[in-house]
Ligand binder design. Structure first.
Ligand code: PEP
Length: 253
């Protein structure tokens, strides 16, 4: 049985002072907890300070994005090596906002995933269908294609280092959560694909998080699903009170 892995994605929120205070309080409040694994994804410019505050705490720090190249003439971009150097252990790859606002393609996401692994960062790969795709009955088709395209060319032994976040796009930031059974069905489907491609041991070891309007009130029923290994939380992760309640509710599983 895996410990739930709960990651908060701050997106483009909080000031540096607020982020620092959040990280210090999170460290203090989690000092006795060994029931869950927790992580946060601050904006790039906060990462160095926050990694210092959380050093040795077991709380993971993840970047929200990286470029697919490690260095070069890419004005405004940040590489996996840079993120690793300041102390991050994880990076989000393929978040729906990157796919749909910034037009990231599956092959670009695949390159970013490879860049993350080659810098020894663990990628949290976000996949999920849009509302019209669910309504047209294409959820599994979309999720399968994203998974296969985004993981293309990655060796089985490195798949163990990847986390998959199933995030139905229609549930992100909308207040609409997938029903626990709906989410579990897609998680089981994802696990089945991983089993077929990489074998049962590897598939079982991969964390599959759910993301999409997770809040303290729905954490328990989602966490009770056998295929849900944790959460990627957006809106409810930028207030310590709601994030702590999610962590507490998940700790009971
Ligand atoms: C997210 O951005 O990954 C997310 C799940 O957001 P929210 O929890 O706000 O739906």
């Amino acid at each position: 049985m895996k410990k739930p892995f709960i990651v908060g994605n701050w997106k483009m929120n909080l000031t540096l002072a607020e982020g620092v205070e959040f990280a210090q309080s999170l460290r203090n409040s989690l000092s006795n907890s060994n029931k869950i694994i927790c992580g946060i994804c601050p904006p790039f410019i906060f990462l160095k300070d926050i990694c210092k505050i959380l050093e040795g705490s077991g709380i993971k720090v993840s970047a929200q994005n990286i470029h697919s190249e490690q260095r070069g003439a890419y004005t405004g971009e940040i590489s996996a090596l840079m993120v690793k150097e300041v102390g991050c252990s994880h990076v989000l790859v393929g978040h729906s906002e990157r796919r749909h606002i910034f037009g990231e393609t599956d092959s670009f996401i695949n390159s970013k995933l490879k860049a993350a692994l080659s810098a020894n960062l663990k990628p949290i790969l976000c996949i999920g269908e849009k509302l019209n795709e669910r309504e047209d009955g294409r959820t599994k088709y979309v999720v399968k294609n994203q998974l296969k395209d985004n993981l293309r060319g990655i060796n089985a032994d490195r798949i163990k280092e990847c986390v998959i976040a199933y995030e139905p796009v229609w549930a992100i930031g909308t207040g609409k959560t997938a029903l626990p059974e709906q989410a579990n069905e897609v998680h089981a489907f994802i696990r089945g694909i991983l089993t077929g491609d990489y074998g049962e041991d590897i598939a079982d070891s991969v964390y599959i998080q759910y993301g999409g309007s997770v809040k303290p009130e729905n954490t328990g029923e989602l966490m009770a699903q056998p295929e849900i290994d944790g959460f990627l939380v957006g809106g409810a992760s930028i207030k310590l009170e709601s994030f702590s309640k999610i962590i507490e509710a998940a700790s009971n599983y």
